[in-house]
Structures are given as C-alpha cells and as structure tokens.
Design a protein around this ligand. Structure first.
Ligand code: SF4
Length: 223
C-alpha cells in the first residue's frame, strides 16, 4: 500500500478550516446520514446501494431487503434474481446485487458475519472502499473518520481547503486541517452543504454563508 500522504497546514489554514466547519455546524447542528439503518451491517449494505441514486430510493427498498435477508449469512446465500427484484429501483441493480451478496459472503467468511470497527479491516471487505468504511465508522461508532465523496471533494476544493482531486489525498488533507475529535462530523455536513447550496453546476453563491471564504473563481450570481 502507498504511504499515507503527509500534510502540514499552517496555523492560518487551520483557523480558516475551523471557521468554515463552525459555520457548517451552526447550519447543521446535528448531522446524520439520511439513510435508514439499524446497525453497522445494514449501513454497509445501504451505503453500497446508495451509489448513483438518492437516499430516499434506498430507504424505500431497504425494509424489504432486510426483512427477506436479515443477516449477512442470509444475503450471502440469497438467490441473486430475488435480490435484483428488490433493489431494482435503485439503479445498476445487477451490479449492486452482485456487490452486496459478495460483501455478505466475504463478511461471513472473514469476520464471522460481524462488521469490524477499524478502517484497516473494513477496507479488506470486497467492495468496501475508504469512503464506505469511513461512513460506517463515523456514523455507527462515532470513530474519527472522514469520508470523501464527490460533494466533499468539490466543496473543499472550491473553499480552497485543498487542491487535491484524489479522494484519499483530500481525506488526509482534511485530517491535517482538523483535530481528530471533529473528523466524524465533517463529511455529512459538507455533503449536505454540497447538496443544498454548493451544487456542482449551479451553486447558490448569493446566499452562501461561506462566500467570504470561497476561492471559487466563477461564483454564480442571483438569477
Ligand atoms: S460561494 Fe458558491 S462556490 Fe463558494 S462555497 Fe459558496 S456556494 Fe460554493
């Protein structure tokens, strides 16, 4: 594995990151994923299903999925066609079915069906990357972890907190900017902010509470 990237931001950069995070905390005092789940196992599965679709779509199919195949052992032994029918409306249903069944089988084989609570072990599971692992750690156990998705990457770049495009590098840069106790509360706030205000194509810069901190050169104007 490549060595972890090292960043050493200055005091001013850290202060700027703290101001930004504090404003996001004010806007989103309590931030949790909008995905419904009961435990780490369910969050792992619904996070995989949430790729390229809305959380609402996933929440609609998850109850049926977990009613029919409640435990990793059940899903590992499931008939793929039956699973495909249930997850169909989340899109990419064939690939997603394959992913969650092989994830379940891997979890049973490696960890006896119990979701591990470290990043190193989680990313060994088939189909689980740093982003999904970090979501689970931060959400379920409040373990310091920063998940970097497309929203986090875009917003932090526009705000000049990073110039990296590689999600792992963005993650390590954010880790360096913020004290560890803040890590688990960072991603969801950036994600929500990216959805509500700092949209990819049409950011609402005229009503943005972070406009004075933003390095984005082509800020949009009120229509
Ligand atoms: S000013 Fe615009 S581009 Fe900058 S963070 Fe706010 S919404 Fe995003």
């Amino acid at each position: 594995m490549a060595p972890a990237p090292h960043y050493a931001p200055g005091t001013g950069q850290k202060r700027n990151a703290r101001v930004i995070l504090n404003r996001l905390k004010k806007r989103y005092p309590v931030m949790r994923t909008a995905l419904d789940y009961r435990d780490a196992w369910q969050l792992l599965v619904v996070t995989v299903l949430s790729a390229q679709t809305t959380d609402e779509n996933v929440n609609r199919v998850a109850p049926d999925l977990f009613a029919r195949w409640p435990a990793p052992e059940d899903l590992a032994a499931a008939n793929p066609e039956g699973v495909e029918e249930v997850v169909f409306s989340t899109g990419f249903y064939r690939q997603k079915t394959k992913s969650i069944i092989s994830l379940a089988a891997d979890l049973v084989e490696r960890y006896n069906g119990v979701v591990p609570d470290t990043l190193e072990e989680l990313v060994k599971l088939r189909g689980v990357g740093r982003k999904t692992a970090s979501v689970v750690l931060a959400e379920v156990w409040d373990i310091p972890a920063i998940a970097v998705d497309t929203h986090v990457k875009r917003v932090t770049n526009r705000l000049g907190l990073t110039r990296e495009s590689d999600p792992v590098k963005v993650e390590f840069e954010l880790r360096a900017l913020h004290p560890e106790r803040e890590w688990s509360g960072i991603s969801m706030r950036y994600i929500q902010f990216g959805r509500e205000v700092c949209d990819a194509r049409r950011p609402l810069c005229w009503e943005c509470p972070l406009a004075d901190r933003c390095a984005y050169p082509d800020k949009t104007r009120r229509p």
